[in-house]
Design a protein around this ligand. Structure first.
Ligand SMILES: [Zn+2]
Length: 166
């Protein structure tokens, strides 16, 4: 369960994003790419993402590449992308253990089998996973609250659970 400090820091990260209006995951990706001065490419993989709730983010010298499972709902796919954006904006260690040149050469045509091997090497801590998930949820909440009256959403539930609801 995320703690109060994590909620605050993740909210600050999300606040700093100045989410696009109207919101879409695609527009957010475009904004982030512009801000970072490097492309963010999203690739779909054919059913390769078993046993992992998240997709994969690979940072190379030239671009950021996010991989998501193809065989899932559009909503879930967007959530996975937001989760990976969470890792990205929180600056969690991406895979760049000296192999970025290899990745850059292989992208965007990475073999799903290779990606599965890469997945096995993503060693985010539980806390980093919670942060990424929290950022994804907070982005959704912030984006949703622009479209209509605030519903409370995930953040409201979290605040209630943490006893910090205003
Ligand atoms: Zn993750």
């Amino acid at each position: 369960m995320p703690n109060r400090r994590m909620l605050r820091s993740c909210q600050a990260v999300v606040d700093s994003l100045s989410l696009p209006k109207p919101f879409s995951v695609g527009a957010l990706l475009a904004d982030l790419a512009t801000r970072r001065g490097r492309p963010i490419n999203v690739h779909t993989l054919d059913g390769a993402m078993t046993a992992h709730t998240c997709g994969l983010w690979i940072s190379t010298d030239f671009s950021d590449d996010i991989f998501v499972e193809e065989r899932t709902t559009a909503f879930h796919r967007e959530h996975i992308i937001l989760h990976e954006i969470g890792h990205l904006v929180c600056d969690h260690g991406a895979i760049h253990d000296g192999a970025s040149t290899t990745f850059a050469r292989l992208l965007p045509d990475l073999d799903p089998a290779l990606v599965r091997r890469l997945l096995a090497r993503t060693n985010y801590t539980d806390e980093q996973e919670q942060e990424a998930e929290l950022v994804a949820s907070l982005i959704r909440t912030a984006a949703g609250s622009r479209a209509g009256p605030p519903s409370g959403g995930v953040r409201g539930e979290l605040e209630l659970a943490l006893g910090i609801r205003e």
